[in-house]
Design a protein around this ligand. Structure first.
Ligand SMILES: C[S@@+](CC[C@H](N)C(=O)[O-])C[C@H]1O[C@@H](n2cnc3c(N)ncnc32)[C@H](O)[C@@H]1O
Length: 217
């Protein structure tokens, strides 16, 4: 589905980049911040869950959670290069029939998608300008849990992202990286009926797990 976000994202995430990430995943397994999401979701001890992975990239989260936690997954991604490799890996693992792949900006197709048990966004909110729209739509699709990673609000991340965006503007590339305010993202999710149940930090990334208040998990 053509959309402004998809065009921008397709330029930002090339086939070479997606390929390199898939090679890395096959060799070393999930990246460190992805491992935090996987551990957090597994700590909820869910079985036969339905998963929605927004901006799932090469699909590491569903490749892993389909082993033990999830029975089915939907992967919505604005990048066609990432989706291609995620599909290839799903086929290699023999679980293509359990994953629904959608090429779109999630905020544009959210109203057509059903609610699921778990929603994940690994390094996605930082690629999207309007975190209110993206996180609200994500939260509205979760019956039980939402886990996501985002850049830490530190002076060095602020500096790094400012430098990255400066070079993007010199290249006349419209893709930008965003350091969204953590307190505002937390307030939004609380208003949507979630509470934060765990928070872990790496040098660059922070991972927060939210559970739906009064949910079944
Ligand atoms: C930095 S990559 C992260 C990929 C993967 N989650 C990972 O951690 O390796 C950001 C991903 O989010 C996707 N993305 C960003 N905004 C999106 C949106 N609104 N809807 C769907 N996908 C989105 C991009 O296409 C890209 O695949």
């Amino acid at each position: 589905m053509p959309c402004n976000c998809c065009e921008i994202t397709d330029n930002a995430f090339s086939e070479e980049e997606a390929r390199a990430q898939l090679r890395d995943y096959r060799k070393r397994g999930p990246a460190n911040q992805t491992k935090l999401i996987l551990e957090a979701i597994r700590s909820l001890r869910l079985k036969d869950a339905e998963l929605l992975d927004i901006g799932g990239g090469i699909g590491a989260i569903h490749h892993e959670l389909l082993k033990d936690v999830a029975r089915a997954a939907t992967h919505v991604d604005a990048s066609s290069a990432y989706l291609k490799d995620a599909k290839e890996e799903a086929a290699r693992r023999g679980h293509s029939d359990r994953v629904n792949f959608i090429h779109a900006d999630f905020t544009e197709v959210a109203s057509e998608l059903p609610k699921v048990d778990i929603v994940t966004l690994d390094r996605v909110v930082c690629c999207y300008p309007d975190f209110h729209k993206l996180l609200k739509a994500a939260a509205e699709h979760s019956r039980r849990a939402l886990a996501f990673t985002y850049p830490r609000e530190t002076w060095y991340m602020r500096l790094a992202l400012t430098v990255m965006n400066f070079f993007q503007s010199l290249r006349k590339d419209p893709f930008r990286v965003f350091l969204h305010p953590v307190a505002e993202m937390d307030s939004l999710l609380k208003r949507e009926g979630f509470e934060r149940v765990s928070l872990h930090r790496l040098f660059v990334w922070e991972m927060a797990l939210y559970q739906k208040r009064g949910g079944a998990a």
